[in-house]
Structures are given as C-alpha cells and as structure tokens.
Design a protein around this ligand. Sequence first.
Ligand code: GUN
Length: 283
Amino acid sequence: MTARLVDGIAVAAKIRTELKERTGRLATAGCVPGLAVIMVGNDPASAVYVRNKIRACHEVGIHSSRFDFPSDADPAEVLACIRSLNADPTVHGILVQLPLPKHFSVPDILEAISAEKDVDGFHLYNVGGLVVGSTVFPPCTPYGVVKLLEHEGVEIEGKNVVVVGASNIVGKPMALMLMQREATVCICHAKTRDLAQFTILADILVVAAGKPNLIVPQMVKTGAVVIDVGINRLPDGRLVGDVDFAGVSQKASLITPVPGGVGPMTITMLLANTIASAERRMS
Ligand code: GUN
C-alpha cells in the first residue's frame, strides 16, 4: 500500500480564504479582529513562529500587535501587560509565546489571560471546557489535526486512536478532542513500555513526541491514518517529523508530510480562534 499524502498547505489556504470572508463581514459590521502577541526573550524558534503568526494575521485581515520583553523581564511587567490587554476592547485574542524564561511561572501567566481572549486554549477554564466537551477555544495544533481529518473524510467515531506524546499543548488536548468524537483513545508517552504494542492497534496514529524516526513501519497497522505532528531539525539542516516517512508511507493509507502537513494548520487555527472570538463579541 502507498499512502495518500495530506496537503496541509492546500487545506490551510482553503480555510484562510474562508477566514478572510469572515473578517470582511466583521469589518462591514465595524469590527477588526485583534490579536496581541507577547514574546519574552529571544528564543530563535519562537521568534520565527511569532513572525509567521503576525504575517498570517495581516493576510486574513486581523490586526496584530506585538509586545516584546527581554529574557530577564520581571514577570510582574508581563502580567501588567496582559491585564491591560484583557481590558482593551480592540483585542480579541491574547497569546504568550512559549517557552518562557525559567524564572516565569507558566501557569501564573496563562491564568492571567482572560479566558474569553485565550485563543491558544491554554487557560484552565478552556482546558476544563475541552474535558467536558464544551470547548470555547480548541488548542490550535490538535484543532488543526481534527480539521485535516475532517477535510480528508476520515471517520473518527469508533476508531482506535493512539496518540504518542502527552504534552499539554498537543497530546492531551488531542486525545480529549478525539475522545469527544467517540474514538477509543490511548495516550502513550516517554515512559510507555513497548510503544509498538499500542501503535500497531491504531486506525489513526497521531505522533507528537519530538523524536525523529520514532515510528517505523513495523509499528504501524496496514492502512492506518498517520498524522505526524513532530518538527525536528536534523544536524544536516533537514526538517523531519517523528515518523519514518519513506517507510511508513508504504504501509499507511493516509499520511501527513513534514514540512507541509500539520504545521500550516496550527497558525490557521489560531487565526480561526481569533476571528471566532471577535464574532462572539459582536453577537
Ligand atoms: N510554543 C509552541 N507552540 C505554541 C503554541 O501553540 N502557542 C504558544 N503560545 N506557544 C507555543
């Protein structure tokens, strides 16, 4: 079997066209959606993500504002910035780019963001919403994966799903979102013994572990749908996912490439959450 390739760039472009129509309708009603991005320090990967997020905002008609703090910033200054953005009616979404410097308490920062503007979906209120199935802001990467599965017509209900990676940003919310869609979900993580005994059962395998070549063909059921969320830079500069793409493509029925699979969807869903926030305010 040779897997069909999921073109995340094309799916993201289609969704962004729809988002542009929504910002057009909001503008006619007198509202420009606003996203505030807070960056602390100068982590090079974060700098690239933040630049891309801001560029994407402009492309779909979202006004973005950026707030930069040095890596030795006092957390109280960042909290004050968040509070003023919470109170600003022109701001519909606030995100603090992670990771933060070690002297910051990430929970304190994330809980300071108004749950109504938490477009990353990281506030405990929104995490709780995800648990009980009444999500306000689905976290962007797992939201993007669900959109890709829907776009490709992959049935989720009743399927065996294995999620590899249990992070707060991807693995845990991914598992909850697929459980909400009535899949049978198993989460594996760094301490899982004999990963292959779980992955081989997956009709849908979602991998977000941050380890190149973690998933090899022997670990994948013939015909499985394989979603690779990993983004790893190899010493030779190549960007790869967590899945042995060449090998697993010969066994899966559908697979996402890296780059060009899940990656383009993450920022797209951030834009979608920001626009949804503005629409909610207007309604
Ligand atoms: N760092 C890595 N991924 C993310 C994300 O989705 N949101 C934020 N705020 N920071 C991140």
